[in-house]
Design a protein around this ligand. Structure first.
Ligand SMILES: [Zn+2]
Length: 458
């Protein structure tokens, strides 16, 4: 959204000029907590206190924390030992992937599956049994692109001994990300590590994959308690429609988790401040939420949706802010609910250069709600360059350096205009019955992926 200044967008939502509601200092603060605000870490506890206090200071009510138990994950050292063609054994740095069990000097042959498409896994079949399944993060441009966790789950189902995830982009960065999580955070079945593009390439060029690899990966899987911070604004009562505005507060432990998802939470906090100061006449209750354990497999939003079943009919829309920034156009992804985009059409036309789609996506906190038929809308920013994959997120380069104040302010202003639009009009979103949801997910091509990950609920 490079063309439209923040003020004009907020004017279209009926609110005040941006003024004191600047998301940048919020992001700077969020990026200052240690451990990347990883689930269960001291950094996340500190960030949670900061967000709670910010919502309180903004004037929200019913500030609280929804708690849930889960199996956590703590990082230890990891390395692969491989054999060069001259017989020399060499140790290579790797990192453990959250959600997996530790292993000690586990030796097995390797099967390299490239970027791990559905077809490649099917062709490998039983040959994967007892081997390291080695795949890359390279996106599949010729067909369905498998999420990291689907690749892991397919390797588990085919009897692999372990999983190696090689980043497809240069920069000597390992790409972390959880695998193997089930509801409640059950530990994955086999150990998994990530390796950089350069190290993976070096091992392959030296013929290292034609000999057994030995892996040692240390980690902990302690029981923990997650907490989702929330606070409300606007009218209340069981007949008042509800808008949930959320992003995940937890990040990955390699860096500051500034982009993923400091940017989303900076917007959530800013929207709370803006809405509370706006003086807008609201037709909806607006509940601001900071999800926990998204990076461990949406554990927080899953637990929250399950515990709030009685409230789900009241939700007019869940607005999800998971990395809403970027260099491209702002994007609205309406998750099978075109009525949301029809309502927003005048706003989109006034804003200009907005990507809209009602396609269904799965890998963020809106999923537990959309699987239950609740209208959800992801506010994103699309780059057209697929080669970039997830960029620097999930790596040790996800620091404040990758964020841009103007992009963040534009993202917050755009999200404010969307929130203001829905919150001041009659209810738009309606909950779909299970048969309709099942048909939408099937038509969207998600059945194979959700089944492979044990998440197909029907
Ligand atoms: Zn994220």
């Amino acid at each position: 959204m490079p063309s439209a200044p923040a003020g004009s967008l907020l004017a279209s939502a009926g609110g005040p000029f941006w003024g004191a509601c600047d998301p940048w200092p919020v992001l700077v603060k969020l990026a200052s907590f240690p451990d990347g605000r990883f689930a269960g870490s001291d950094g996340l506890s500190g960030a949670r206190e900061y967000v709670t206090e910010s919502l309180r200071e903004a004037g929200l009510r019913d500030i609280g924390g929804f708690r849930f138990p889960y199996i956590g994950w703590t990082r230890g050292p990891a390395a692969i030992r491989w054999r060069r063609e001259d017989g020399h054994l060499q140790d290579e740095h790797v990192i453990g992937l959250p959600g997996t069990p530790p292993c000690e000097a586990l030796e097995a042959p390797v099967r390299f599956l490239g970027n791990g498409t559905e077809e490649v896994f099917a062709a490998a079949g039983k040959d994967l049994r007892g081997k390291w399944c080695w795949v890359t993060s390279e996106p599949n441009r010729k067909g369905r692109d498998l999420h990291r966790n689907e690749k892991y789950c397919r390797a588990v189902a085919l009897g692999a001994a372990g999983f190696v995830y090689e980043r497809h982009l240069p920069g000597d960065l390992e790409e972390t990300g959880s695998v193997g999580w089930k509801r409640g955070g059950a530990v994955g079945a086999i150990p998994a590590v990530a390796i950089t593009f350069e190290r993976g390439g070096r091992i392959r060029r030296a013929g290292g994959l034609s000999h057994p690899l030995t892996m040692t990966m240390r980690c902990g899987n302690p029981p923990q308690t997650g907490e989702i911070v929330h606070g409300s604004f606007g009218p209340s009562g069981k007949n008042v429609p509800l808008i949930l505005v959320g992003g995940h507060l937890d990040g990955h432990d390699l860096a500051e988790a500034a982009v993923d998802n400091g940017t989303g939470i900076a917007c959530v906090v800013t929207l709370a401040r803006w809405l509370a100061a706006s003086g807008l006449g609201l037709t909806h209750e607006v509940r601001f939420v900071a999800w926990d354990c998204e990076e461990l497999g949406l554990l927080g939003s899953r637990a929250y949706a399950e515990a709030h079943e009685a409230d789900l009919d009241r939700i007019a829309v869940v607005l999800n802010l998971d990395v809403p920034v970027g260099e491209g156009a702002p994007a609205l992804v309406a998750q099978g609910h075109p009525e949301l985009l029809e309502s927003l059409a005048p706003l989109v036309a006034a804003t200009g250069d907005v990507d809209t789609s009602d396609r269904i996506t799965c890998a963020s906190d809106h999923l537990p709600f959309s699987l239950r038929g609740v209208p959800t809308l992801c506010i994103e920013n699309h780059t057209s360059d697929l080669r970039l994959g997830r960029g620097y997120t999930h790596t040790r380069a996800d620091t404040l350096d990758q964020a841009r104040p103007r992009a963040l302010r534009n993202a917050a202003a755009f999200a404010a205009s969307v929130l203001g639009w829905f919150a001041t009009r009659p209810r738009v979103g309606v909950r779909f019955p299970p048969e309709k949801v099942k048909a939408l997910f099937a038509a969207g091509g998600h059945e194979a992926a959700l089944r492979a990950q044990g998440e197909w609920p029907w």
